[in-house]
Write a protein that binds this ligand. Structure first.
Ligand code: CTP
Length: 407
């Protein structure tokens, strides 16, 4: 219906960008981006008068988001050129034609457009050789200043290359290396840099992209102390398996996958370096404890678990596992799974996540009261001891718990 409503409005409307790229590649993509030649906001509002959906507009950028009841979203842009007043600054927007709009994009494969108006519906527009590069599986910029205009594209190039199994073109790689050498990347603000890192770490398989960043000397750029030497590949691979495993548990408790990988990447750094990275990436205050206190706790627990795993004979009691792991966030637990080479040690963590973490005593404070235990801090202690006994299989029924308390 986009086409028909655009026809009625006398506007030209196109599907563009990642959606068209993925359509031609046969990859799933649920984010539809459309570009309107003319006023995109007016178009989105006309659309919402005829269809069941909501519209959020951003006057300043001439953009709107159409949100359908099932959550499907369509980003609507007005044709525009973005003028970058200085490298790495946010663009200012001015109206122009589709071709100019596409010209300001990052890579040729993202410049393809499909006509949505009825008369020419489905016609592919390829102004910058995007189709050729899709066939050649190449990531290429449109012009030599692309990375100077927007240095975050360096990270996007690696992300697309690894996700799609493409190769960054020779000239484009050369431009990346110059941008790195000339220090253009220092101009990327913390939040934008973090955003790129998160995108990369949230790809289904981040390791190859991380290795490629290293090869392009981009990891050092994030922080000089960061490197991916040694067993990073194995650790990230185990992190991926731990995350996939956790996702299949459907606990309903969200988990930030990027944080698990990030903990793996900074595993050998000292606290000064970690603080430096948090500053550089402007990691929001609410996430910092994970990389400071939680990380510190995790290193202690890791050593303990490794020591137990080495001794082989004796495994820790469930109550011990519970006590060590309870203060840790899910992200840190999965990080520990990634760090442990020993399969049995990993199984202690999975046991904690699937069973021990939510275990509760059958008796409550009220029960203690009716047993005549005088109220006070003793309650907490008794219930804690009871829980430990239960975790270690010493009590299982209510009767056994009552007996335990009586003793
Ligand atoms: N874009 C750009 N430079 C950037 C970011 C985005 O030129 N630094 C352009 C790209 O051409 C892209 C479009 O804006 O096609 C939309 O950006 P985004 O949604 O990030 O890209 P997708 O290609 O949809 O990526 P993904 O598949 O990861 O969602």
């Amino acid at each position: 219906d986009f086409g028909r409503i655009a026809d009625d409005q006398g506007l030209k409307v196109f599907a563009v960008g990642g959606f068209v790229r993925d359509l031609l590649l046969g990859e799933p993509n649920l984010d539809l981006d459309i570009v309107v030649e003319g006023d995109g906001i007016a178009f989105a509002e006309a659309f919402s008068r005829e269809q069941t959906c909501r519209v959020r507009s951003h006057e300043k950028f001439g953009t709107a988001v159409i949100v359908f009841p099932d959550g499907f979203k369509v980003d609507v842009a007005s044709t525009r050129v973005e003028y970058y007043l200085e490298p790495a600054a946010l663009p200012t927007v001015e109206t122009a034609s589709l071709k100019l709009d596409l010209y300001r994009r990052d890579f040729t494969i993202n410049t393809l457009a499909i006509v949505l108006n009825s008369a020419r519906f489905g016609e592919l527009l390829d102004y910058f050789g995007g189709l050729r590069d899709l066939r050649e599986k190449a990531i290429r910029v449109l012009h030599n200043l692309s990375f100077v205009e927007d240095p975050t594209r360096v990270f996007r190039a690696v992300r697309f290359e690894q996700r799609l199994g493409f190769t960054i073109g020779k000239q484009t790689e050369h431009l990346i290396r110059s941008a790195v050498r000339m220090g253009f990347l220092d101009r990327i603000g913390g939040p934008r840099l973090l955003n790129e890192i998160i995108h990369i770490l949230e790809e289904p398989r981040p390791y190859p992209a991380i290795a490629r960043l290293e090869e392009l000397e981009l990891i050092k750029f994030v922080h000089p102390a960061l490197d991916i030497a040694g067993d990073t590949d194995e650790i990230l691979e185990r992190a991926m398996r731990a995350l996939n495993w956790y996702e299949l548990l459907y606990t309903g408790q969200p988990c930030h996958g990027w944080m698990v990988y990030f903990l793996c990447l900074i595993r050998d750094l000292d606290e000064d370096a970690v603080n430096g990275i948090c500053e550089r990436l402007a990691i929001p205050a609410r996430h910092r404890p994970l990389f400071t206190e939680q990380r510190r706790l995790a290193q202690g627990v890791l050593q303990r678990l490794q020591a137990f795993a080495r001794r082989k004979l004796k495994r820790p009691q469930n109550s011990e596992i519970h006590r060590w792991l309870l203060p840790l966030d899910t992200e840190v637990l999965l990080y520990l799974m990634a760090r442990l080479e020993n399969e049995e040690a990993r199984s202690w963590i999975s046991l904690f996540v699937t069973r021990l973490r939510d275990q509760k005593t059958l008796l409550s404070g009220d029960d203690l009261k009716s047993l005549g235990v005088p109220p006070g801090p003793r309650y907490r202690e008794i219930l804690d001891e009871l829980l430990q006994a239960q975790l270690d299989g010493k009590v299982a029924t209510r009767e056994q718990e009552l007996e335990f308390v009586a003793r």
